[in-house]
Design a protein around this ligand. Sequence first.
Ligand SMILES: [Zn+2]
Ligand SMILES: [Zn+2]
Length: 313
Amino acid sequence: MAGETARAGAVGQALLAIGDQWTLLILQRAFHLRVRRFADWRDALGVSESVLSARLKELQAGGLLAPSPYRTDGRTRTEYLLTEKSLDLWPLLIALWSWERAWVPRRAALPALLHHGCGAPTDADLGCAACGAAPVTARDVATERGAATFAQVAVPRLHRRTVRPPAQDDPLSYFPETFEILGDRWATVLLAASLLGVRRFADYERELGVAPSVLAGRLRRFTDLGVLALDAADGRPRYRLTDKGLAFFGVFALLTDWAQRWYTGPPGTDLRLVHRACGRRLRPFLRCRGCGQALERTAVGFAPAGGAAPAGR
Ligand SMILES: [Zn+2]
Ligand SMILES: [Zn+2]
């Protein structure tokens, strides 16, 4: 291959833009609580001013937040508004909520998802916009890729991983397992490779071009999280996705879809998800599990779970 510089594919570029715990939390607050101002993010997230300032700069550079002046106390200050590009992330944030709610035990209950169309608390199923079928799961979709290796899907990380999640008792802030997957480049491509059918250590190693020690650590972490299960019954160890791992497919499909709308990678780095039943490229949409209508961004919201919500769910 002529190009020696492994420029990231569209999914890699998308992960570079949003695959960070603080970045996701900043966007989540902007979506769900309409946070627009520096001090409000700082106070809500307990994030240091230097970290917050750096993330807001990156979000602006990436076209995910737009600065807008406002007047207060006779002074002009800046607030940050979601853009068309970041507003387009709404189904991904809902899919993250849905996965955490279904699979991750938690101390503080997640807020409830409300569909204004039917007026009820609900959950969201992934569907295929081409044929209207829902739910569509990982088993209903063929994932293909071009000739490029996953090294081009992966990207260097901008930030050190944040080890301690913030505000564990805050239901909006605590998405621990999501951050382990989306906030780490190798974790994300490992999951992508698994969805493409990679099962063996040597195959992961070759596909990802990752050091064996790093790979072993991620595989161990994923088995600890219950996203992968190690099957070594016949002496030929294989990693397979569990139901919990397969359920992350919705997030992956929406991330891929968003990435391909907003980023362009080098030739051959494209991931292609095909809905087997209709044979067309999967354009995911979210459907209300209660009433069966397609969810629209302006017709969904979150309500505090309240004191009566059971703990651990
Ligand atoms: Zn379809
Ligand atoms: Zn509904």
